[in-house]
Design a protein around this ligand. Structure first.
Ligand code: 6PG
Length: 230
């Protein structure tokens, strides 16, 4: 599935519009909004922008984290820690409907525990929105080239990518693709090659895991880079 490119100057502003649009539609149609937030730094300006939108129906939101580093929430490298301080501490979400990854004795135990959370909270229902980043090596969420996780049928996996500072916990492309809308947020010249690979007509998903992401209704790339599809 080739994503639609939305080339914009202000990724945070454009992504905030998409977030609001999908949130309001989901709440209107289903009285709920299940969102999987992306880690990394690219989404942080979006989260800070959304932190000023206490007017949105946050009480209907169910918040999940697409992937996590195997570190406690108060560790500087924690995706949940960053998302909490940029967004969740500033909006009226119900804490019982915010689901960080449980950091247990082993990464594999954490992945199994989060799969149980997803099953309990969603019972296989799709997300309404999944936000994703893109690594310079073509990884997305915590699915890295060469880890053998890109084709997993599980909902979550743990892996130890070469060169990664921490073991990684991630929803799989299969589970992340079970979303009405999925949006990659991609910024920075260092992502140019990875983005071209993501948008190419053909390519190997193991080598560029972001290519394994699909969506039920809409798959977009929101970027400030000038790239061509195909
Ligand atoms: C993470 C993310 C990861 C991220 C990409 C891009 O835990 O770091 O899940 O997949 O989205 O590495 O990161 P930046 O947005 O920081 O470039």
């Amino acid at each position: 599935m080739i994503p639609r490119i939305e080339r914009v100057d202000d990724i945070a502003a454009h992504a905030a519009e998409l977030f609001q649009e999908t949130m309001l539609e989901s709440v209107r149609e289903r009285d709920t909004f299940a969102v999987a937030l992306a880690g990394g730094t690219t989404p942080l300006p979006l989260y800070r922008r959304l932190a000023a939108r206490a007017d949105l129906p946050w009480d209907r939101a169910r918040v999940f984290i697409g992937d996590e580093r195997f570190v406690p929430a108060d560790h500087a490298d924690s995706n949940f820690g960053s998302i909490r301080s940029a967004l969740l501490d500033h909006v009226p979400v119900d804490p019982d409907r915010v689901h960080p990854w449980p950091i247990q004795a082993e990464p594999e135990a954490s992945a199994d525990a989060y799969a149980a959370v997803l099953d309990q909270e969603l019972a296989g229902a799709p997300f309404d929105l999944v936000l994703l980043g893109l690594g310079t090596d073509g990884h997305t969420a915590g699915i890295f080239p060469g880890t053998g996780t890109v084709h997993s049928h599980a909902a979550t996996v743990a892996s130890r990518p070469d060169g990664a500072e921490h073991p990684r916990l991630s929803m799989t492309p299969r589970r992340l693709s079970e979303s009405r809308v999925a949006a990659f947020l991609v910024s920075g010249d260092d992502k140019r090659d990875a983005l071209a690979g993501l948008l190419a007509e053909d390519g190997d998903r193991e080598a560029l895991p972001a290519r394994a992401i699909a969506a039920l209704e809409r798959l977009v790339v929101i970027t400030d880079l000038d790239v061509r599809a195909g």
